[in-house]
Design a protein around this ligand. Structure first.
Ligand SMILES: Cc1cc2nc3c(=O)[nH]c(=O)nc-3n(C[C@H](O)[C@H](O)[C@H](O)COP(=O)(O)OP(=O)(O)OC[C@H]3O[C@@H](n4cnc5c(N)ncnc54)[C@H](O)[C@@H]3O)c2cc1C
Length: 484
């Protein structure tokens, strides 16, 4: 075996050889097959392939992968443990900073964070950090006995977490490790937020989420579903009657937005939120085994309006439900799309028809309240708008009609107002999101913290997790010192 490149490195591959090794391919279901089922698209690395990929790491002195990760995963260290074949130690290393590795390994936009910063990516393909994280997390799920997880010594302090999305789960995991009693309240009947009701099985199997939640249960986190905070119980009641010492609000941004164009009320027009919730959470794709109805999409023309992850999840789900034609209608160009690069690639392979620079201006009816199509208009790109992306400008006279049976609106979401409207003293911005300090996640109410999409508006899993981590750190500080 070749000696390690430098003292302390576990990697047998000489540094100058590492760039020559191509990024290891992630095996996946063939596009033709997967377009007909809800099983996961990516199939995961074997131990050999994972080690080969890990050996590509350049072990940078100042690893940008960690600096660019919102939760600060020690990538270089965990990757070296993969090289050494000590996969459980690698998992433990990731877990020091990330309580949901099997999830981030699957859905994090790595190209914007760890892999975007990877030095190797400047010359060849970046290290497959997401794929390695997924491999390590899956290995841990198969081999670790969660009954042996050590619990921290109790501090006697109680923290309530409102909402069980990635921000709430991260705050819960970090706080329980400090010995605080952590109770998560969730409005829905399943734990996980968007991870369970939004992201489909073929990208993030529900079983993976359940196993990550079981791990947190084993750490000592308590979960309670069917509790709508602000209705079932208020924040003030949690503090005054149930004696919680601190609260974290991570209620997300789950309220759908609509386009405000004629015909949006027609049967056959869904919000992406409803469409995906019916499929993912209510198992409409397993009807009649599950008693959840859904329009029969077999052979039908379906379009989604939007260019983010939600839009692609909706249209790829429609394809799997038998849609004969599946369109993405997006008003800007592909370069401005917010969806993860891998999802765009996968959707194209599956045969989704991307009609970019195209926007519906009206939904058309059969006269009996049912959708028959969309009147669309072509766009060109103008100057950048406030989002920094080039503004779509309609091309006069470019209108055309697209026959459709189902249209799914995926143009964004907004804040659910229940907690804000029932919690005196909690301040919100003009869009209804909770005002919270960017570094401490403190709100205007003493002892109440907030983070994730309910503060920033729709963002990403890892950004929500970063907020959960920052909140946990300052909640711990507050519980320790009492200082506000
Ligand atoms: C379809 C879809 C696909 C996506 N794909 C990706 C992706 O691939 N990669 C990525 O990084 N990001 C993706 N995102 C974005 C990402 O999922 C979100 O940014 C992230 O989940 C936000 O986390 P959160 O904890 O702030 O809130 P959420 O995940 O929204 O969770 C909030 C939770 O709070 C609960 N809740 C709300 N109000 C109350 C209340 N009053 N009482 C109790 N509970 C309450 C909700 O039921 C929910 O479970 C996607 C989003 C969607 C919709």
């Amino acid at each position: 075996m070749t000696p390690p490149v430098k003292t302390g490195s576990l990697n047998p591959l000489p540094l100058k050889e590492r760039m020559k090794v191509p990024r290891q391919h992630m095996p996946e279901q063939s596009p033709r097959l997967r377009a007909t089922n809800f099983a996961e698209v990516n199939l995961g690395y074997s131990t050999e392939v994972a080690r080969r990929e890990a050996m590509r790491c350049l072990e940078c002195a100042k690893p940008a992968c960690t600096i660019d990760c919102p939760v600060g995963v020690k990538v270089k260290e965990f990757v070296q443990l993969v090289v050494a074949g000590d996969f459980l130690a690698a998992a433990a290393k990731i877990r020091e900073d990330n309580v949901l590795p099997a999830i981030t390994g699957r859905v994090c936009p790595q190209e914007d964070h760890c892999e975007g910063g990877c030095l190797m990516g400047k010359k060849v393909q970046s290290l497959g950090i997401g794929y390695l994280e997924r491999f390590v997390a899956d290995y841990e799920q198969q081999h670790l006995d969660i009954n042996n997880i050590l619990k921290a010594r109790p501090t006697g302090k109680k923290v309530a977490i409102v909402g069980s999305g990635p921000s709430g789960l991260t705050a819960a995991g970090d706080l329980v490790r400090k010995g605080h009693q952590v109770h998560v309240f969730e409005a829905l009947h399943e734990i996980g937020g968007v991870l369970v009701y939004g992201i489909p099985e073929f990208r993030l199997p529900k079983q993976i989420i359940r196993e990550q939640v079981d791990y947190m249960r084993a750490m000592g986190v308590e979960f309670e579903t069917h509790v709508v905070v602000g209705r079932t119980v208020t924040i003030d009641e949690l503090i005054e009657e149930e004696h919680y010492d601190a609260i974290f609000i991570g209620t997300g941004a789950g309220r759908p937005q609509f386009m405000g164009i004629p015909g949006e009320h027609l049967n056959g027009v869904y919000s992406a939120n409803e469409f995906l919730t019916r499929i993912n959470l209510m198992h409409a794709y397993e009807f009649p085994r599950y008693d959840e109805p859904m329009l029969d999409l077999a052979g039908k023309s379906v379009a989604v309006i939007g260019g983010g992850n939600t839009a692609l999840d909706a249209i790829r789900s429609a394809l799997r439900l038998g849609a004969g034609k599946a369109y993405v209608l997006y008003r800007r160009s592909e370069a401005e799309m917010l969806a993860r690069a891998e999802e765009v690639k996968h959707a194209k392979q599956e045969g989704i028809d991307f009609q970019v620079l195209t926007a519906p201006i009206e939904f058309l009816s059969d006269g009996n309240g049912w959708l028959t199509g969309a009147r669309c208009q072509r766009m060109e790109l103008g100057e950048p708008d406030t989002s920094g992306r080039r503004r779509p400008v309609p091309i006069a006279g470019s209108e055309f009609d697209l026959p459709l049976s189902v249209a799914v609106i995926a143009i964004g979401t907004s804040a659910n107002p229940i907690v804000q409207s029932t919690t005196p003293g909690l301040q919100t911005n003009k869009r209804g999101y909770i005002d919270a300090d960017q570094s401490t996640q403190r709100t205007a109410r003493k002892g109440v913290f907030a983070g994730g999409d309910i503060v920033t508006g729709s963002a990403t899993v890892i950004l929500a997790m970063g907020a959960g981590r920052r909140a946990a750190k300052s909640i711990h500080e507050y519980l320790r010192t009492g200082a506000w």
